[in-house]
Write a protein of this length. Structure first.
Length: 280
């Protein structure tokens, strides 16, 4: 499901108990200096990630000061975040002239302990190559390093390396719990392009392998994935970024099932097996 960019007025783009992707939650909050924003998501754990700007964050008795290192855009520095347990109230206070903040969530009933993810905690992986047209870099905000502190939520940022090229390739899916081959994880993307008038295409093919569809994605597009194979591609001359939220049904580790016709390329794309392992 594609949701084009719009002024969401700090209200959830993918709300709790969404009909399409009920395992995930997504909001974009935009603040100016001195603004405060408070929220709680009962039944969903969340992670606050400034896309740009800097904020203070208060979660119960935990205060995280000066969260966020980026200026103009998501390419301008490393990400940081704060984990917010299910049902707990979180408050953000804007310190910079302006801030755009992503709030990612996954369905999870237990209340854990809040914590900060600083730039030094980010787990990075780069894979693919210019030759295979699959060169990209992933920054895991809530990844393997936080496995014992989080319930079902995985949060990462994906960047194409260079201009043009494919991402999420070979085509893969994760819409059915059938371990050890695959897990059910709902997924949400928010795309950005550099320059910002760039564009790409998000493909979505049904799990049965029948003909799929391609959706034109632009700067600010949100795409929610319930089922099916879902690679995407950026046009030549542009770099692509997408903020990625994964919510697992029965477990946090992601088991991707690669489309059999194209799975042979797992053996030809440099570093892809390491990339897959980082989501487990």
């Amino acid at each position: 499901m594609h949701i084009g960019p719009f002024n969401n007025q700090n209200k959830a783009i993918i709300d709790v108990r969404d009909a399409n992707v009920p395992l995930t939650y997504f909001n974009i909050v935009k603040l100016t200096r001195g603004d405060r924003f408070e929220y709680a998501t009962p039944g969903y754990e969340t992670c606050i990630v400034p896309a740009t700007g800097q904020i203070d964050t208060v979660v119960t008795d935990v205060t995280v000061e000066k969260l966020g290192l980026r200026g103009d855009d998501v390419w301008d520095g490393e990400p940081e975040g704060v984990y917010v347990p299910s049902g707990v109230t979180a408050e953000m206070i804007c310190l910079s002239e302006a801030a755009e903040i992503f709030v990612a969530g996954a369905k999870f009933d237990q209340t854990l302990t809040p914590f900060a993810i600083r730039a030094s905690d980010i787990d990075k992986v780069q894979y693919g190559s210019d030759e295979t047209k699959t060169h990209r870099k992933i920054k895991h905000i809530l990844g393997q390093r936080q496995a014992d502190q989080v319930g079902r939520l995985l949060v990462s940022e994906l960047f194409t390396v260079g201009q043009g090229g494919w991402s999420g390739f070979p085509p893969h899916k994760h819409d059915t719990d059938r371990l050890p081959d695959e897990t059910r994880h709902d997924e949400v993307y928010n795309f950005r392009f550099k320059p910002d008038h760039g564009f790409g295409m998000q493909l979505l093919q049904p799990s049965d392998g029948s003909r799929g569809e391609a959706v034109h994605i632009v700067d600010g597009s949100t795409f929610a994935i319930k089922a099916g194979y879902h690679p995407c591609v950026v046009a030549p001359g542009y770099e692509m970024y997408y903020f990625t939220i994964l919510g697992g049904l029965s477990q946090r580790p992601l088991m991707q099932y690669f489309q059999p016709e194209h799975a042979w390329q797992i053996e030809t794309i440099p570093g892809i097996k390491d990339m897959v392992a980082k989501f487990k």
